[in-house]
Design a protein around this ligand. Structure first.
Ligand code: SF4
Ligand code: SF4
Ligand code: SF4
Length: 250
């Protein structure tokens, strides 16, 4: 007898890239131990980096990258119209990311200098949320694959989504890392949202705040600490402005 079979309808997920290095997309594809389970829970209809599928019928849009050209604005708006849920994935999409560094320059002049008589269309880099409604933001440069999986589980099976309220320092201490301040370096760990497992301090670098602010950060105490340790306002300003998550403070 033929098996009776009811077709399982998987949520259709599309991944789109804008201005960025596409490292966040790579994160989705490079964790082999969970990749099979992850891909079997969703129907990937568009994911240029790893698939030739180019479907335009999707429920969830994962958007990687910042917006830095007029044509990107139009494409993003069309994606928003189609998607039931739009997730900003990574610091570029959430805050503008490292691409924001170009905003410090006169873009017309830079365009002329680089492209001469063939200028390219450009505009100041901004986060996705400045152009369309964003349902969820998953910061990080790159995003943490575990976190993206939890987001997809939340969207697909309605599992509760817990986000990290505490700062990077807590995870840093759990790893018994020597504090970068004690090594004479600046670190944004006390005010930055955890979830990355503090790889930068463990690797010998202060945190650059790629995950944006923790919940209710104590800025006053942090600024006092930075001053006490002898760092200049300029140093702090440059660090806070690097990924864009602390834009409101600048
Ligand atoms: S957030 Fe970082 S890893 Fe992700 S696309 Fe931007 S630059 Fe690349
Ligand atoms: S190195 Fe940075 S993240 Fe780690 S404890 Fe010190 S201030 Fe916090
Ligand atoms: S330690 Fe800071 S800069 Fe490094 S990954 Fe974590 S939040 Fe990002």
């Amino acid at each position: 007898m033929d098996h009776l079979r009811i077709e399982k309808k998987l949520p259709r997920v599309a991944v789109f890239d804008f201005t960025g290095c596409e490292g966040c997309e790579l994160q989705l594809a490079n964790k082999e131990e969970t990749l099979g389970a992850f891909l079997s829970a969703i129907d990937v209809v568009h994911f240029r980096e790893v698939s030739s599928a180019e479907g335009d019928d999707y429920d969830v849009a994962l958007v990687d990258g910042a917006i830095s050209r007029p044509d990107e604005v139009e494409r993003l708006k069309a994606i928003r119209q189609q998607a039931k849920v739009l997730v900003a994935m990574g610091s570029c999409a959430c805050f503008g990311g490292v691409n924001r560094l170009k905003n410090a320059y006169d873009l017309q002049e830079a365009n002329r200098e680089v492209y001469g008589d063939c200028p390219k269309e450009t505009m100041p880099t901004q986060a996705v949320k400045h152009f369309v409604a964003v349902d969820l933001e998953v910061p990080g440069c790159p995003v943490n694959k575990d976190e993206i999986e939890r987001v997809v589980q939340h969207l697909v099976w309605d599992l509760p989504l817990c986000t990290f309220a505490y700062p990077v320092c807590l995870q840093c201490k759990q790893r018994f890392t020597v504090c970068r301040f004690d090594m004479g370096e600046l670190c944004l760990g006390p005010i930055t949202r955890a979830g990355c497992n503090a790889p930068c301090p463990a690797g010998g670098l202060g945190c650059w705040g790629c995950r944006g602010p923790a919940k209710n950060p104590n800025y006053q105490e942090f600024f006092a600490l930075v001053k006490e340790k002898g760092f200049t306002e300029r140093e702090l300003h440059d660090r806070l402005g690097f990924f864009g998550g602390f834009e409101d403070l600048l």
